[in-house]
Design a protein around this ligand. Structure first.
Ligand code: HEC
Length: 145
């Protein structure tokens, strides 16, 4: 086969593909079969109690209004395995009954990588990512145990 035949065949093939593509073009196809706009979105809003932005704002307000104890309780989920669901202790020492300020001080120490007992290395990675707020909240929650 000489080069001209190959080039001609290729050109025809490309032309056919483009022609098929354009003649089968569906004007109403938006590229997204999952659009929920206009009436669909209004219906969704009515069902879900507001726009996505409204719902997010309400969520943020609820979070901001939540008590430190409530926020701490959420965070405490990460501690249960070692300190028990009620702070009764297990792998780690008993936390229930300790003063809020003691819990906070100890966590601040662990966060700074300071040793307390023989097993402090278990607490360093736990405390490391905690913010001051996290520590305040979690200490407040443990104070209720
Ligand atoms: C992997 C197990 C583990 C997890 C998870 C864990 N701890 Fe601990 N925790 C320990 C151990 C072990 C100690 C004792 C460390 C030592 O020897 O200093 C300890 C000590 C502590 C102490 C000091 C207690 C005292 O009286 O000396 C506090 C406060 C504490 N943990 C809080 C927390 C909080 C809050 C969380 C969750 C964010 C948490 N821990 C998660 C194992 C864990």
């Amino acid at each position: 086969m000489n080069t001209n035949v190959i080039v001609a065949a290729f050109t025809i093939a490309v032309t056919v593909i483009i022609w098929l593509g354009t003649t089968n073009n569906d004007e109403s196809w938006t590229g997204n079969r999952n659009v929920c706009v206009g009436d669909c979105y209004e219906a969704w809003k009515a069902e879900n109690g507001g726009s996505i932005a409204d719902i997010e704002r309400v969520k943020q307000e609820a979070l901001a209004a939540a008590s430190p104890e409530a926020l701490g309780e959420t965070y405490y989920g990460q501690c249960i395995a070692c300190h028990g669901g009620n702070g009764e202790g297990g792998i780690g020492p008993k936390l229930a009954g300790q003063a809020v300020s003691d819990i906070a001080d100890k966590l601040i120490g662990y966060r700074a990588g300071e040793p307390r007992g023989a097993q402090s290395a278990m607490m360093w990675p736990v405390a490391k990512p905690m913010t001051d707020d996290d520590i305040g909240n979690i200490a407040a929650y443990i104070g209720t145990l």
